[in-house]
Design a binder for this molecule. Structure first.
Ligand SMILES: Cc1cc2nc3c(=O)[nH]c(=O)nc-3n(C[C@H](O)[C@H](O)[C@H](O)COP(=O)(O)OP(=O)(O)OC[C@H]3O[C@@H](n4cnc5c(N)ncnc54)[C@H](O)[C@@H]3O)c2cc1C
Length: 304
């Protein structure tokens, strides 16, 4: 790429947004083990994604006051960064079956085998044994109920002040006041059984098989209470996090950026990535993230 007005630095890790008098003027970054500063003549745009953008903001003093105090970071702007984590929540169910729709050992297809099985999804050994043993080496269908619009909100916090340390993610799944998320998922699980019993699926001998999960064995196997317990054991975020630097007007106490993607209370600083998406999407998130990038470039060109 030969453009006079663009310089890209690979292998560079942004560690801090430089801010003075509530105005962003650059970033500090590490390259080849050395620290550098890049200053901005106009503005700074952070696009680290839903996990890293909030991390970068918090490390720079923009975040929930109490969390910044915990980390001993000086508060520049008290905003609820990382407090609005939404993700699609998924339960991975498998039906024993045969024929064209099936795959041999879906666990391999899902990457469990190659990614050391349970470690991929942080599954306990007991749960892994309960669900994988009855299916091992057989043909199966994967049927994955997904909560596209969870009511439960999670959080991202920092463990330490070191950007290289992983953040603490809590999806806070099934924590909504009226247990609507649980009701939705339970109803989806029932749909899986209903579909499995249709003549079409019975013609390929579709059948749910799993040993009871040890933590849920006190409930009658496959009863509603069993499923409420199993869903809590084996529901996973599906890697579509949004909302951690939520877009919204200043009057919205959960918002971080305005509708021009500018951080409330700090000038010359925008966030442009999936983290600004304020609500859950009934879709995968890449296309919407591209759209955020396109919109950001339009806004920036218009302004400068
Ligand atoms: C395993 C996996 C599978 C997925 N599959 C799909 C799918 O099939 N379809 C779909 O639509 N979506 C999928 N998604 C979701 C999709 O990838 C994200 O929604 C999308 O990439 C978000 O775009 P983004 O620009 O917000 O963040 P990202 O794509 O994560 O981009 C952020 C970039 O910033 C860089 N970065 C972060 N911190 C720093 C820093 N401090 N300094 C410098 N650079 C930094 C990162 O390396 C990264 O390149 C998947 C996600 C995962 C994790």
């Amino acid at each position: 790429m030969h453009r006079e007005n663009l310089e890209l630095l690979d292998d560079s890790l942004g560690i801090k947004i430089l801010i003075q008098d509530y105005k962003a003027y650059g970033v500090e970054f590490i390259r080849d083990g050395k620290k550098f500063k890049a200053t901005a003549s106009r503005e700074v745009v952070i696009s680290g994604g839903s996990i890293n953008s909030p991390q970068m903001l918090i490390l720079s003093g923009i975040g929930p006051k109490e969390h910044l105090n915990e980390l001993d970071i000086s508060v520049i702007q008290d905003l609820p960064v990382g407090k609005n984590l939404y993700d699609h929540q998924i339960y991975m169910a498998y039906l024993l079956s045969h024929g064209l729709l099936t795959v041999a050992s879906a666990f391999t297809v899902d990457g469990y085998e190659s990614l050391k099985k349970k470690d991929f999804v942080q599954m306990t050994e007991e749960n892994w044994q309960a669900i994988s043993k009855p299916l091992a080496g057989k043909y199966m269908l994967g049927v994955f109920p997904i909560l596209l619009h969870p009511k439960s909100k999670g959080t991202i916090k920092l463990k330490t002040k070191d950007l290289l340390d992983f953040s603490l993610l809590d999806s806070n799944c099934y924590s909504d006041n009226n247990s609507e998320d649980m009701k939705e998922m339970l109803s989806a699980i029932k749909d899986v059984f209903r579909i499995s019993k249709t003549p079409a699926f019975q013609s390929i001998d579709s059948k749910y098989v799993s040993d009871p999960l040890p933590a849920c064995s006190k409930y009658k196997h496959l009863s509603d209470n069993y499923w409420r317990c199993a869903l809590k054991q084996l529901t996973y975020p599906s890697l579509h996090p949004v909302g951690t630097c939520k877009m919204g007007p200043k009057s919205d106490k959960t918002a971080i950026v305005d509708n021009k993607l500018k951080v409330h209370g700090i000038s010359e600083l925008r966030v442009a990535d999936a983290s600004i998406i304020p609500v859950t999407l009934a879709a995968h998130t890449t296309a919407a993230s591209y759209m955020v990038g396109e919109k950001a470039s339009d806004l920036i060109r218009k302004e400068h």
